[in-house]
Design a protein around this ligand. Sequence first.
Ligand code: GLU
Length: 479
Amino acid sequence: MPGPRVRFAPSPSGYLHIGGARTALFNWLWARSQGGTFVLRIEDSDQERSSLDSVRAILDAMRWLGLDWDEGPEVGGGSGPYFQSERKARYREAADTLIRSGHAFRCYCTKDELDRARADLKARDPKAQFVYPGTCRDRQGEPDLPFVVRFRAPRSGATEFVDKVFGPVSTPNDVQQDFVIVRSDGFPLYNLGCVVDDHDMGITLVARGRDHIGNTPQQVLLYQAFGWSVPELAHLPMMLSPKGEKLSKRHASVSVSDYRQRGYTPMGVLNYLVRFGWSHGDQEIFTRDELVRLFSWERVNKSDGKFDEKKFADVAFEQLKQPRLMPDDEYRAAVRPFLGERGLDPVDDERLARALPTIRERAHTLVEAAHALDYYFRDPPELDEAARSKCLTPQAAPHLQAVAEWLAAVEPFDVPTLDAGFAALVKQRGLEMKHVAQPVRVALTGRTASPPLFEVAAVLGRQSTVDRLLRAAEIARSG
Ligand code: GLU
């Protein structure tokens, strides 16, 4: 049996929202775990709110997250086009089919007429909910006037479906009005476009945010009217603001690309997002392969979650820190662009490989990692002014000189030998460690905080270490 066909159907009116990325992730995981097909469809039928720039931003963010699609923009596929704006003729044809079969009708009511009817109702009963009164439902003749197409909603019975997450859902049809499926300018409304596309694209399971569960009865009615089978449905819990509102940019960064710029990794982001609806025992962080292997609908729950920026940062850090989750070679490749932003690319890969273990434990993001790695690749290192005036003093100059001379000759140039030799040298000069260690640190890194001194020296190598100390001694002498 061929695997499931699932889809992600963003509307390109900005960027890839992290809530959208969560939905894309669950679909992707299901496709990948079942040998299925992940379709990307761009719902740009509302052209005033769509832009090519945001299509590009969405595709970029999807690729960055590693949520590759099997069919869709730029990759093609047998069910295209994958932009709704290119499928208008198909929607019109589908609407005509419904008109012919009596499931839909043309409605010539103007906006003014409907507004007036709404105002009249409100005047009589301020609490009443206005529904389309069915004016054109049984109208004869087709005047040469603008019209919308409305679905002829049943007035009795109930529309039912079983959701994989929310269970059985039943909506009485008497709350349903004759909803619009095609606007007067010929554009399809979301429900029609979505149903026609999901059917034509052979989608077998529709997974999307719970905010769409209210549209689903209308979509089920459309499937029934077309005589098509309804795909499986799975609505996913919402990602809410800390106060429980719909999460928006008023509350936090909600664009995937913001997290990319902040130096989060794709798996750091995905590990946080997957929590919104899914878990596996107490395991906190997963590799991509583990997620694919472990994901199942049985483990998807319906509780909404609150977005917590601090927790997100902790998850991202945990993922970045552990070599099991972020192997060294991937880390090196990921941090290079951030070194590049600091004017430090290309860097010597071998030195980067040696430097990385010294900073991994401390860097919460790739931005912090690039900052922490900076002095390994900048010669001379950038000298922090406060560090200079505090530590590179005339009193420190002879000690720096002596350490440089010792390091120029000591054998072997490795961490245990240097640690032991340095302790002996400090003692021999009748000094305390803290008086010498800080000037040496500033000499090597330009900063007052760094990984252990001789781990840094071992990465820099003898020549660069000695050069930095001699240079610092000179600066220290001139105070
Ligand atoms: N374009 C809709 C959205 O972005 C898609 C909803 C769906 O998946 O059906 O919310």
